[in-house]
Write a protein that binds this ligand. Structure first.
Ligand code: ZN
Length: 225
C-alpha cells in the first residue's frame, strides 16, 4: 500500500484557518492558531515570526519547510548535533536536514523550556493512550494546514515543540510536565531562507503537557519584516 504522508486521517478547522489562499501573511497582522488546530504561513528570508503563548499553558508544535522545495526542512536531529545541546536558546541557529541555517532564535521571553526530543502527536498516539475515537492531533494539523495553502506535507518531520516542558534527568529519564511559561510569553525566530512555517496548537488533553487542566487553547503569531 502506498503511504501518502500528506493525507490526514481526520479533519478539523485547520482546513479553514489559512492566513490566505497561498499562505502569504499581511505583515504585522496578528493571526490565531485556533485551539487543537494548525496554521501554515510563508516567510521570506530575513522576515521574522513572533509566536505568542496567549494563556501561557499551551504547547505549539513548530515546523519549517524550505520554499519552494519542501524536501528540505527544519530538523531537530541536525539542530541538536549542530548546537551540541537539546535546548535551543536565544542566538542559536536552527538547521535543516541538509545542515543549512533555517531560523535564528532572536527573542524569547519564556524561561526557554522548549523540547527538541519528542515526536508530534498523531492519532496512533491517542489510541495507545486509550482514546477510542479519532482525536485531533498535531500530525494531521500539519497536513491540513499545508493543504489549506495548496501545499502537501512531503513527510512528517519531528517538530520544535515550543514551551513543551520535557525535563531530562541525568539517567536519561524524561517526563511530560505542564508548561512553565506565562501568559503572553513569545518567541521570535528570524528566517534565513524563504520557508513555510507551520504551527499546531497541540490538542493533547490526555496528559498535563498543555497545563494541569488538560485544556488545549489557542496561540497567536505575526510575521514581521
Ligand atoms: Zn500534539
Amino acid at each position: 500500500m502506498f503511504f501518502d504522508a500528506s493525507k490526514p486521517e481526520g479533519n478539523n478547522d485547520s482546513l479553514t484557518s489559512a492566513v490566505s489562499k497561498n499562505g502569504t501573511p499581511k505583515i504585522g497582522q496578528m493571526y490565531l492558531v485556533p485551539a487543537r488546530c494548525g496554521v501554515a504561513v510563508k516567510l521570506s528570508a530575513r522576515q521574522s515570526i513572533r509566536i505568542e503563548n496567549t494563556h501561557g499553558t499551551q504547547v505549539c508544535d513548530f515546523w519549517a519547510f524550505r520554499d519552494p522545495d519542501m524536501q528540505e526542512f527544519l530538523s531537530m536531529a541536525h539542530t541538536r548535533t549542530s548546537l551540541e545541546s537539546i535546548f535551543p536558546k536565544i542566538g542559536d541557529i536552527l538547521v535543516s536536514n541538509t545542515r543549512q541555517p533555517m531560523l535564528e532564535i532572536v527573542e524569547d521571553t519564556s524561561p526557554g523550556e522548549h523540547d527538541t526530543l519528542m515526536s508530534c502527536c498523531d492519532n496512533n498516539r491517542y489510541k495507545i493512550l486509550g482514546c477510542k475515537a479519532y482525536h485531533d492531533n498535531c500530525t494531521d494539523n500539519l497536513r491540513m494546514a499545508l493543504l489549506a495553502i495548496q501545499r502537501k506535507a512531503p513527510s512528517i518531520p519531528d517538530p520544535f515543540n515550543l514551551w513543551m516542558n520535557i525535563p531530562v534527568k541525568s539517567d536519561g529519564q524524561t517526563s511530560f510536565e505542564p508548561t512553565i511559561s506565562k501568559n503572553g510569553d513569545w518567541i521570535k525566530m528570524k528566517a534565513n531562507c524563504d520557508l513555510i512555517a507551520v504551527m499546531s496548537a497541540c490538542p493533547q488533553d490526555m496528559n498535563p503537557i498543555n497545563g494541569v487542566g488538560c485544556s488545549p487553547t489557542e496561540v497567536s503569531f505575526s510575521v514581521e519584516n
